[in-house]
Each structure stands twice: as structure tokens, then as C-alpha cells.
Write a protein of this length. Structure first.
Ligand code: MRU
Length: 351
């Protein structure tokens, strides 16, 4: 299955091309970033979003920065690049993949201090492109492991968008679903709409429809009742950061879905690559949770739906305790509880 769109690409002209996810599903518009502040802005505004996708965008932003730096010796070059990394990582706080993407480029540069700078700049751009290609390969590996957990004829509930749009391609949670379809399983997907930003209604529905995978959108509040009626066989979601004990930060509402799945005896799977694990954090309590503009809640598609003058809360991620996670699907295999041991055995410390 080949995607008919490209979430993120390094163009032959040396710019970063993004499918603008603020405009989907009604308009399919690509934007080009010519320098790293434009990449940072695109991440902040969620033109590109989803943990692995912003990791790759961060790497490409660093490559744009490396190309533009005036330094003519390695030490000032590296120090300026580190400053760019420190600014870029602030674009969004919760998904650790952004930090991972930036640090990967910095580490790559540090190990090549002996290269002439023009050569190093080119090598960094190649590395950023490699990150994109590797992400797709990692997602396919995750899909191959994860599809074994999907029964034929299953109805699968997913939350937010952990698909090709949230990665360089193929997806994490939706990669598992794509792999199940490729293995001949007749599945159907329920996409939780994912208020407030509507990633499920706008993005998951869009990309699955394009691939011809049966999908229906449900309001988030419908999950409990559908589970009780036996109309959901499993849940699979992505993750923005997984702590060393297996606690999972993902889109707001994920925790509620996990509790509902537990209450109804339905498996709750998380699909995430090694780059989403943050082994510096002992538990999910230390994961920073992004708060966005309350207007995302008080308005829908720019139209106010709350009385003027009424405020709103907008924490955009939550943490699901590891005890509610049936298994974590990674490119290195399927992790099962107890997670601290399983994670230590399979996930390298650098993530
Ligand atoms: O705010 P978003 O849309 O960037 O949040 C995305 C999610 O929560 C995804 O589920 C997560 O990044 C996994 S993507 C493969």
C-alpha cells in the first residue's frame, strides 16, 4: 500500500515540504519551509503534527539551519546549531520525538567534526532525509508485529491520528491496521473524532478513506456505549512519549478510552517506535503536557460554540498509566507487562 500523499519531504531544491494539516480534509495544500524558523512555526501551528512527523520535521529544520549558518569553523558552527536546537525543541513540548530528531542531528554533527563544513552541511541534509526513510521502515516493522494481534473481521477503535499523516508515512497505530488489511483481514475502523482539534474526524477518516479502509467517525462520547454493546474488538492508539515504567502520553481522551477498554475487557494497544520512549523519565507524572489556546475548545472551525466570555481549559495530551495498556507494539517486537523490564530489554537508552 503506497500513500498517495507525502506528509513531509525534503525537496530537490533543498526546502522542507509539508502537507498542511490545518487545511485537511477540505483542502490538500502543501507548504514549503525555507529556513528553520518556518519549520518551528509549522510545528507550533500544527501544519505538521504527530510525534514521529515532528521528529523528522525537527531533523529537517536542523538541516536547514546547518545550511544557513555563517560559521566557518566547527566549534562556532556546532554551538550555533545547538542554539537552534534549543529554540526548535520549544515548538511543542509533549512529543519526545522532536527532541530525539534534533539530538540525532547534533550527535551526527559532533561525530563528524573533522569533515570540512560544506561537506558536513551536505551530510546533515542526507541524515535528515535518512530519518524520514527510516521512519517509514520502522512503521512497517511495527505493522508487521502488530497485525498479528488483530483478529479477522475486528472493529478497531482508534483515537486521534496516528497514521501516515502523523509520521513520515504508513503510520504507527494506523500502520498496524494497514498491515492487518495487507494480511487479508477484513477490519473496520471507528475513528474517535478527537475534540478539540478533530484529528480523528478530519485526518484519520481522510487517510483511511483514501486507502479504501472502511472507517466511520464517532463522537468521543460514544465509545463507552459501543463497547458495552460488543461493537469494538480492540483499541489501538499511538503515543507522544512513553516513560521508563510504560506510562503513555497521547492525545487528550486516550486515558478515558483506556479505562473504558479495561472496564469492558477489550485489549488496549499502543503502537510507538523506540524514538517515542523517554527513558530519562521514571513515570508519566514527569511528562510535560502541552496547553494550547482555549479557542480550540470554545470554537469549532473558527465558529464560536460557547457563550461569549466563557473560558475553557485545553490540555491537549493525557497520560494513561501502564497498568491499563495491554501491550506496546514497537519495531522491536511486542512489549508486555511488566513494562519496566520489557522496555529495558528492548529499547536502547538513547531511544
Ligand atoms: O497534537 P497532535 O495531533 O500532534 O497529537 C498527536 C497524537 O497524540 C498522536 O496520537 C501521537 O503523536 C502518535 S502519532 C503516530
Amino acid at each position: 500500500m503506497r500513500a498517495s500523499f507525502e506528509t513531509i519531504a525534503w525537496t530537490p531544491g533543498g526546502t522542507v515540504r509539508l502537507l498542511d494539516q490545518t487545511r485537511l480534509p477540505l483542502e490538500e495544500i502543501y507548504v514549503e519551509c525555507r529556513d528553520w524558523p518556518e519549520v518551528a512555526e509549522a510545528i507550533r501551528l500544527m501544519r505538521v503534527r504527530g510525534a514521529p512527523a515532528i521528529g523528522v520535521a525537527g531533523g529537517m529544520g536542523m538541516a536547514l539551519a546547518a545550511r544557513g549558518l555563517a560559521a566557518d569553523r566547527f566549534e562556532p558552527f556546532l554551538s550555533e546549531l545547538e542554539q537552534v536546537g534549543a529554540a526548535l525543541v520549544r515548538a511543542r513540548p509533549t512529543a519526545v520525538n522532536l527532541r530525539w530528531g534534533i539530538e540525532r542531528i547534533l550527535e551526527f554533527a559532533r561525530k563528524r567534526r573533522d569533515l570540512p563544513l560544506p561537506e558536513l552541511r551536505r551530510a546533515i541534509a542526507d541524515e535528515a532525509r535518512r530519518m524520514r526513510d527510516e521512519d517509514i521502515a520502522v512503521n512497517r516493522a511495527m505493522g508487521a508485529h502488530g497485525q498479528a494481534l488483530v483478529p479477522d473481521r475486528a472493529t478497531i477503535l482508534t483515537h486521534c491520528n496516528a497514521g501516515a499523516l502523523a509520521t513520515a508515512g504508513y503510520g504507527t497505530a494506523l500502520g498496524v491496521i494497514r498491515a492487518a488489511v495487507e494480511a487479508g483481514k477484513r477490519v473496520s475502523v471507528l475513528a474517535g473524532e478527537t475534540r478539540p482539534w478533530l484529528q480523528g474526524a478530519r485526518l484519520t477518516a481522510w487517510e483511511l478513506q483514501r486507502d479504501g479502509i472502511p472507517v466511520r467517525v464517532i463522537a468521543d462520547a460514544m465509545a463507552a456505549s459501543l463497547m458495552r454493546q460488543g461493537r469494538v474488538q480492540l483499541v489501538v492508539v499511538g503515543a507522544d512519549r512513553i516513560a521508563a515504567n510504560g506510562d503513555v502520553a497521547n492525545k487528550i481522551g486516550t486515558y478515558a478510552v483506556a479505562l473504558l477498554a479495561r472496564a469492558h475487557g477489550i485489549p488496549f494497544y499502543v503502537a510507538a517506535p523506540a524514538s517515542t520512549f523517554d527513558l530519562r523519565l521514571a513515570s508519566g507524572a514527569a511528562i510535560p503536557i502541552e496547553e494550547r489556546d482555549p479557542e480550540e475548545v470554545t470554537h469549532i472551525a473558527g465558529v464560536r460554540v460557547c457563550p461569549p466570555g466563557v473560558g475553557a481549559l485545553n490540555p491537549v495530551f493525557d497520560v494513561t498509566p501502564a497498568e491499563h495498556v495491554t501491550a506496546i507494539i514497537t519495531e522491536r517486537g511486542i512489549l508486555r507487562p511488566p513494562y519496566p523490564e520489557a522496555i529495558r530489554a528492548r529499547i536502547p537508552v538513547e531511544g
